[in-house]
Design a protein around this ligand. Structure first.
Ligand code: ATP
Length: 234
């Protein structure tokens, strides 16, 4: 069976600094996987390489068997990414933002699917609102919606619940779990370990650019002294 994400001997250097060092990882289709680690561990850099936005210094990564560099178009079709930063064009409405995102993947405007995504993320009422008029929590939901327009089998979410209130955090966790139950492979970074623990099958712990542990979140917390305190402080 082809892996959802396959990473082989991946390195990323900025000058003499190693942001990622010899990353090897295989994530299976249907897994709910957490990428953990303190600030600066290399999580966002790894996600950026998988999304084809940053070039690795050496090594390979594949999404559903498609190399993220040499077969970028197919790799990207199979991947939805929810970035950490809330970056939008403020003058588009929510619906327009989703239509434009669809265009990036060369897919035709699909009103029924966009309506369904809006409905599932409780954004229907905001469909014709300009992005600049949305709260941070609403924008976070739009980021999730944008990642789904091309129905990708693999979804990566970089701190999807950062900076949102408890109610929305729970709603987002519920929604992400639903996506996983529907068959999507989920990879996420988070600092909310208790919530992630309830859902994730496995987790990798990144530290200074290296995978230092690969196990269940509970085992990682138990196995590394000070781990959870360190994460909360980061
Ligand atoms: P956080 O939890 O804060 O988001 P992270 O685990 O996502 O952290 P990265 O953003 O991937 O960490 O950063 C990993 C390291 O690489 C950091 O030390 C960062 O300063 C460095 N880094 C990232 N991008 C660049 C760049 N363009 N040039 C130089 N160094 C960089």
């Amino acid at each position: 069976m082809v892996a959802a994400i396959e990473i082989h001997q991946l390195y990323k250097c900025y000058g003499a600094f190693s942001a990622l060092e010899n990353i090897n990882l295989s994530i299976h289709p249907g897994e709910f996987f957490a990428l953990l680690g303190p600030n600066g561990a290399g999580k966002t850099t790894l996600i950026s390489i998988l999304a084809g936005l940053t070039l690795a210094t050496s090594g390979h990564a594949k999404i559903m068997g498609h190399d993220v560099v040499s077969d970028y178009v197919n790799a990207r079709k199979n991947l939805g990414v929810v970035p950490q930063e809330l970056v939008f064009d403020p003058f588009f409405t929510v619906r327009e933002a989703l239509i434009i995102q669809s265009g990036y993947y060369g897919i035709r405007k699909n009103d029924a699917w966009i309506d369904e995504i809006l409905h599932r993320l409780d954004l229907t009422d905001k469909a014709d609102t300009n992005m600049r008029a949305l709260s941070g929590g609403m924008k976070r939901r739009v980021l999730v919606a944008q990642a789904l327009v091309h129905k990708p089998p693999v979804i990566i979410l970089d701190e999807p619940t950062a900076g949102v209130d408890v109610e929305l955090r729970q709603a987002l966790w519920f929604f992400i779990n639903q996506l996983n139950r529907e068959g999507h492979t989920i990879v996420l970074t988070t600092h909310y370990l208790e919530e992630a623990e309830a859902l994730c099958n496995r987790a990798a712990m990144l530290k200074q650019g290296k995978i230092v542990a690969l196990d269940s979140i509970r085992s990682l917390i138990n196995g590394i002294q000070g781990f959870s305190i360190q994460l909360r402080l980061s």
